[in-house]
Structures are given as structure tokens and as C-alpha cells.
Design a protein around this ligand. Structure first.
Ligand code: TRP
Length: 455
């Protein structure tokens, strides 16, 4: 078979920022703070970090390794490493999962486009606005949210058309850098409000009374989602990575950066909510769930000095973070279409846009005209969110680690970690990772998964 040379990332920094861009997203800014708010603040962070190191890092290392060694989209990567076996269908499932995630992700991405547009028209400077009604009316209207969803998906596709280096790598580099600068500005604004310190205390002084079995499940699901593991995203990006890169160091770096960013996003939100509640003499409510960012925060911005500027920066940050993640999701589907269905990049992007756009429209409508339509008792949006985060990602994680730990030979595994002995990584570290991948992670993930499923 004649193969065209595949594109690769241009530099190590570009590769790391693209992967970090995938990991850092709505999961960090929109989901992490409200999960933390619901699950006891610092106690949740602690459990999250344990899950991350023991269960998720092994999954990421395995995905990275399979992608780099396989050098192709998830379907063919598995096929090359285990020729002719059924394993390649796991790769196919990963592509499917990515398309499902993108389909509901682009709806929330669309909301962030709309909130950025609103903040630019200074509409978050009015403390009298009813932000609950504002959000409710917007997401349930039949037309506007669809438009924003498609704008968001269109922007994602536009970047991908330019390819791995000129599109994904270049835009991730720029966007993640800008994102970092502006979120730090928002944090400074939040922390200099009187009363903000109580929010910081809430984040860093653990309250173990709120920890239940459910907390562990939520923490694991959140870690999977936030790190972009379990559905071929890291695998696809890793297939564009040179054989010289250090898999362990890259995975550790990405996980670290992602976690730090989630904490920074928390610092931009929680202390501000506390400060404004303190100012109004009411109890702070950080357990508002998904509405925290789109309902509570606009209210908070409208009451703080320089609030509208903070709102513009915040929603710009949210959008940038969401786009660098959605491009990684779409690239999984696009790489599959290019390589398995032999289409050009542009056609592959169009096809992914149409598929995810159609499903996305249904997800969006499920907040309004289609709210009565249920799949297994869930709205379309919740259904896709649920089956991906709670089923496909953990199952994908188990299968990835089982493949890496049991199907690949141990010598090959260790060889990949040390780049054939070129990297001087102490042997005990490689072996620890190997056994985490082979035994601890699949069993641990399975137990938590089954527990959540049957409880
Ligand atoms: N990690 C991203 C976030 O935190 C979302 C994301 C991108 C993702 N690729 C993924 C989630 C793959 C699960 C699987 O917003």
C-alpha cells in the first residue's frame, strides 16, 4: 500500500500546547468549579488528584503510546498493532465516542459564543437583569442557540481544514497563550474583591463530610473528561508526534497543566461568587450546577467594579478553551474519514460538520421544543453527556489499558517509554507505570464504573 507521508507536529512546545489545549476546555472552566462546589470543595480536589495519578495517567500513557506506535487514526492504529484482530473496533468506537462528545460539546460552545457577544454589548453591566430567565429563555428558544452551535462548529471546522501544523498546532499555541494571560487577569480581579478570601478558603480547606461514593465516581468521570482520555483524542494527536518525544514526561506535563488550569478557573469563579454574596449579605451558592457559569457569574459580574470587562475576558477565555478542545474532538473523526474513507481533508471536515451539526441541533433543541422527547428517560443532550462521560470513556479507558498492558509485549511497552533505551528513565518508574496500566487502572476503573452503574 502506498501511503502519503503524514503530517506531524512541528515542535515539542507546539505538540504540548495542542494536547494541553485539548485537555483544557469547558471541562475545566464550566464543569470543574460546579463539580467542586457540589462535592465539598477541597475534598473533591484531593480525590480528583488521586484518581488522576492512579487511574487516569496510566490511561493517558497507554493512549499516547498506542497512537505514537500505531501512527494512524484510532481504527488503523489498533489494526497495525494487532493486525486483523477485533481490537480495531475499539478504535472505531473511540471515533464514534468523539463524534458524540463533539455533538453536545458544540452546544455549550455555542452558548459561550453567545455570552461573549452579549458581554461585548455591555449587557452584563446591569445588576437588575434577571440572569436566570435570560439563560432559560436563550437556551430554550428554537432558533438562536442552533445558530450559535453551528457558528461554533463552523469555527472548529475552519481551523481543522488548515491541517495539523498550520491549523491545529498554530491556533492552539496562540489560543492557549492568550487564554492563560486573560484567565490570570480575571483571577486577579476576583481575588481583589472584598470577601473573596472566604471563597479561597472554601477551595483549599477540605470538608470530608460531603464525600460519598458518588464523589469518587464524579471525580473519576471528571478526570477522564478533563484530560480528554478514553476516546482516541490523545491517541490521534500522539500519532502526529515524533518518535523522539518522551511519552511519560509529556503525559505528566499535560495532566499537571490541566489540573493547575482547573484550579485557576476555580479561583476565577468561586471567590467572586463569595465576594458578591458577602456584599449582598446572602449565603454564597457555588453548588448551582451547570448554571454556575451562565447564570450565577453574569450576576456576579454585573455587580463588581470593572465587571463588564471581566465578563468579556471571562467569556473569551471560555470560548478559546472550548475551541482548542473541540478541534481535538473533530480531528479524531476527520483523521478517520481521511484515512479510512479516503477523502480529502476539506471533505472530511464538511462531513464531520454535517454529522455532528445534525446531532448537535437535536441536543440543542432538547432544551426547548424537544424537551419532552426522552431517550432512556434523559433529554437528548443529557443522554449524549451521560453515555459518553459515564459509559464510553471509562469503558474506553479499561480497553485501552487492557490492550496496552496485556496485548502489547512488555518489552515493546518499556521500549516505547524509553524510546528504545535512549531516554534514561529509572527502570522502577517504567515498571510502576507498566503495572498501573496492566492491573491497577483497569480493575480500579471497572470497580468504580460498575459501582456507579448499579447504585
Ligand atoms: N477535555 C476537554 C475539556 O475539558 C473536552 C474534550 C476534548 C474531551 N477531547 C475529549 C473529553 C475527549 C473527553 C474525551 O473540556
Amino acid at each position: 500500500m502506498v501511503r502519503k507521508p503524514r503530517e506531524t507536529f512541528n515542535s515539542r512546545m507546539g505538540m504540548l500546547l495542542a494536547m494541553a489545549g485539548s485537555a483544557i476546555g469547558l471541562g475545566n472552566i464550566w464543569r470543574f468549579p460546579y463539580m467542586m462546589g457540589k462535592n465539598g470543595g477541597a475534598a473533591f480536589i484531593l480525590i480528583y488528584v488521586i484518581m488522576l495519578v492512579v487511574l487516569c495517567l496510566p490511561v493517558m500513557v497507554s493512549e499516547y503510546l498506542i497512537g505514537r506506535r500505531g501512527g494512524s487514526n484510532p481504527f488503523s492504529s489498533f489494526d497495525r498493532l494487532a493486525p486483523g484482530s477485533k481490537w480495531r473496533w475499539i478504535g472505531f468506537l473511540a471515533v464514534l465516542a468523539s463524534a458524540c462528545i463533539l455533538s453536545f460539546y458544540c452546544v455549550v460552545g455555542g452558548w459561550s459564543v453567545r455570552y461573549l457577544a452579549e458581554s461585548l454589548t455591555l449587557s452584563f453591566s446591569d445588576a437588575q437583569n434577571d440572569y436566570v430567565a435570560n439563560f432559560g429563555t436563550f437556551i430554550s428558544s428554537p432558533f438562536k442557540p442552533l445558530l450559535y452551535t453551528l457558528i461554533f462548529l463552523g469555527l472548529t471546522g475552519l481551523i481543522i481544514i488548515f491541517g495539523v501544523r498550520k491549523g491545529i498546532e498554530r491556533m492552539s499555541k496562540i489560543m492557549i497563550t492568550v487564554l492563560f494571560v486573560i484567565i490570570v487577569l480575571v483571577v486577579i480581579r476576583a481575588l481583589t474583591l472584598p470577601g473573596a478570601f472566604e471563597g479561597v478558603r472554601y477551595m483549599f480547606v477540605p470538608d470530608f463530610s460531603k464525600v460519598t461514593a458518588q464523589t469518587c465516581i464524579s471525580a473519576m468521570g471528571q478526570a477522564f473528561f478533563s484530560l480528554s482520555i478514553g476516546c482516541g483524542t490523545i491517541l490521534t494527536y500522539a500519532s502526529y508526534v515524533s518518535k523522539e518525544e518522551n511519552i511519560l514526561a509529556s503525559s505528566a506535563w499535560i495532566s499537571f497543566f490541566d489540573t493547575v488550569f482547573a484550579l485557576i478557573a476555580g479561583l476565577a469563579i468561586i471567590p467572586a461568587v463569595y465576594a458578591i454574596a458577602y456584599m449582598n449579605g446572602v449565603a454564597p451558592d457555588v453548588s448551582a450546577g451547570p448554571g454556575l457559569v451562565f447564570i450565577t457569574l453574569p450576576g456576579v459580574f454585573s455587580q463588581m467594579p470593572l465587571g463588564n470587562l471581566a465578563a468579556i475576558l471571562f467569556f473569551l477565555a471560555l470560548l478559546l478553551a472550548a475551541i482548542t478542545s473541540s478541534i481535538s474532538l473533530m480531528e479524531v473523526v476527520v483523521a478517520f474519514i481521511i484515512e479510512e474513507m479516503h477523502r480529502s481533508r476539506t471533505k472530511a471536515v464538511l462531513l464531520s460538520f454535517v454529522i455532528c451539526g445534525v446531532v448537535g441541533v437535536f441536543c440543542s433543541l432538547s432544551f426547548g421544543p424537544l424537551s419532552g422527547f426522552k431517550l432512556f428517560g434523559l433529554s437528548v443532550f443529557d443522554f449524549f453527556d451521560y453515555i459518553t462521560s459515564n459509559i464510553m470513556l471509562p469503558v474506553g479507558g479499561v480497553l485501552l489499558t487492557v490492550f496496552a498492558g496485556w496485548r502489547l509485549k512488555r518489552a515493546n511497552y518499556l521500549d516505547e517509554l524509553t524510546n528504545g533505551g535512549k531516554l534514561k528513565i529509572p527502570r522502577w518508574i517504567c515498571l510502576t507505570i507498566y503495572y498501573l496500566v496492566k492491573c491497577v487502572a483497569p480493575i480500579g476503573i471497572m470497580l468504580i464504573f460498575l459501582n456507579s452503574f448499579f447504585s
